[in-house]
Design a protein around this ligand. Structure first.
Ligand SMILES: [Zn+2]
Length: 247
């Protein structure tokens, strides 16, 4: 409903015009967003969208509550890596396309999850298992559970169709640079940062670098828009992406 819908309303009891309703001031609700990137128009991400090639693929299983959040970083992966797949998580019925892909012998899927519980220790593998997929020419796939920590743990525990997959914990010293949500710990990476580190460790350094730049631009642009600030001088990441686009 827009503000103009209420401007001519009258009180049905008195016939007097009603005072205008107070504007709903939820954060971001009055911000004009770009239809292309869903960021505030002030610092739009679209000029920096570039593609990169990677050997490994990323498939996201996204919690339904995460899908439409503009601060979700999982969507950035698909902007850069065209082969990215995004599925919505359902507890009882897995996505039919996901089921088919999990059974496809061309792929070697790894479920990205910490190895901090003993009951699935027999499924845990290391990054060398990703490199070993070269021997039988399979395409390594990083399956990332995209949601809050609590949602991801629920998805991991409640999805029987993922129970056979090897579990690959991400080991990294990287600290999060994500500025749009406050992490409980600097060690808690956001979804795109997890993908960047997996790609880098799996041998896709160049794709990881492009995605890292794209994430930086998203992060800086969104944060600046929250303070109604237009980024005047392109950042280093912006300059690199623009140069890549001109190639
Ligand atoms: Zn845009």
């Amino acid at each position: 409903m827009s503000a103009s819908d209420t401007s001519s309303e009258c009180d049905p009891a008195t016939g007097h015009p009603r005072p205008p309703r107070r504007e709903f001031k939820a954060r971001g609700s009055f911000v004009r967003r770009c239809e292309g990137c869903n960021l505030p128009e002030l610092n739009c991400l679209c000029p920096y969208q570039v593609k990169a090639e990677s050997h490994a693929q990323v498939w996201l299983i996204t919690h339904p509550l995460e899908h439409y959040k503009p601060t979700n970083t999982g969507r950035l992966i698909g902007d850069v890596l065209a082969q990215t797949q995004v599925f919505t998580w359902y507890r009882t019925a897995p996505d039919a396309q996901l089921t088919a892909l999990l059974a496809d012998p061309r792929y070697a899927p790894f479920l990205i999850f910490p190895d901090d519980q003993p009951d699935y220790a027999d499924r845990v593998v290391g990054m060398e298992a990703v490199h070993n997929t070269k021997q039988d020419s399979r395409i390594p796939v990083f399956i990332i559970l995209d949601g809050t920590w609590r949602q991801a743990r629920r998805m991991f525990r409640k999805s029987a169709y993922l129970d056979e997959l090897p579990v690959l914990p991400l080991r990294t010293d990287r600290e999060t640079r994500y500025r749009l949500r406050k992490p409980a710990s600097k060690a808690h990476l956001c979804t795109v940062e997890v993908a960047i580190e997996l790609l880098r460790q799996g041998g896709d350094e160049s794709a990881a670098a492009v995605l890292d730049d794209y994430f930086d631009v998203f992060n800086d642009s969104y944060a600046a828009s929250r303070f109604y600030t237009k980024i005047a001088e392109p950042t280093k990441a912006m300059t690199r992406l623009l140069a890549r686009q001109a190639e």
